[in-house]
Write a protein that binds this ligand. Structure first.
Ligand SMILES: NC(=O)c1ccc[n+]([C@@H]2O[C@H](COP(=O)([O-])OP(=O)(O)OC[C@H]3O[C@@H](n4cnc5c(N)ncnc54)[C@H](OP(=O)(O)O)[C@@H]3O)[C@@H](O)[C@H]2O)c1
Length: 215
């Protein structure tokens, strides 16, 4: 792969809108994190180029609160939507400018009132009674005009996006490394089944960059 950022933007264009894709990276032996316990220790330059291309065209970024905490997420150019049962905003995002951080949670969340106080009612999206209804979250974000939706995981959120039918695509980078040991895979939590179709496969010095559409 020697694609320019313009070529990558074209290669990673969504086939239609609204569209929700999840971008993940894995080693050849299926690890979703490296030695540091973060994905930063397994990704590489080619993965970063795709990560940037996807962010550049996203209208909003959806991320599990666990990943936002572990990966020390900061505000981005577009709104960051934190999916959290507990409605906890990670410390480093508490001072985010208005509109840059949204929390998606459920009505029974113990942290709902506090999140509303912190962010304002409009920035807290309540979808579902006891669980965060991810299909309803997708619809709510589309209603707000966010049509090209990018999720950056993590594994539990990816599993739930697949189970709920909200995910349209998985962008998966496979880096040419084996690391062994105990690491999460790109899906966590309860079993789920889904068939995917290969839509694009790029190669960069052994790194495989694929677009998989949920069938
Ligand atoms: N390889 C990759 O591409 C990649 C990508 C992202 C992350 N990671 C790694 O994955 C690890 C984190 O894994 P993880 O599975 O714990 O990440 P995660 O899915 O981001 O975090 C789980 C937490 O996020 C919230 N959450 C996720 N799905 C939810 C749902 N359906 N409804 C309500 N809340 C939901 C909950 O937060 P509350 O506890 O606040 O309720 C839950 O405890 C980290 O080591 C990270 O570095 C790897």
């Amino acid at each position: 792969m020697s694609s320019s950022s313009e070529e990558l933007a074209e290669l990673y264009r969504p086939p239609r809108l609204p569209w929700l894709r999840v971008n993940m990276v894995s080693t050849l032996d299926g690890a979703a994190t490296g030695e540091s316990g973060q994905s930063g220790s397994i990704n590489n330059q080619a993965d970063k180029a795709v990560f940037d291309a996807l962010r550049a065209q996203a209208d909003a970024i959806i991320v599990g609160a666990g990943t936002a905490r572990t990966e020390n997420y900061r505000v981005a150019d577009v709104p960051l939507v934190l999916v959290s049962r507990s409605a906890q905003v990670p410390e480093q995002l508490l001072e985010a400018p208005a509109g840059k951080v949204l929390v998606a949670t459920c009505a029974s969340s113990s942290g709902l009132a506090h999140a509303r106080e912190l962010l304002g009612d409009d920035q807290v999206v309540v979808v579902g009674e006891t669980e965060v209804d991810l299909a309803a979250l997708k619809a709510a974000l589309v209603d707000r005009g966010h049509l090209n939706l990018l999720s950056e995981g993590g594994p539990h959120l990816l599993r739930d996006l697949v189970a709920s039918g909200a995910a349209d695509e998985l962008c998966l980078t496979t880096v040419p490394r084996l690391i062994g040991g105990s690491h999460p895979r790109i899906l966590g939590g309860d079993p789920v089944g889904a068939d995917l179709e290969l839509a694009l496969l790029l190669e960069d010095d052994g790194t495989l960059l694929a677009r998989w559409f949920v069938a």
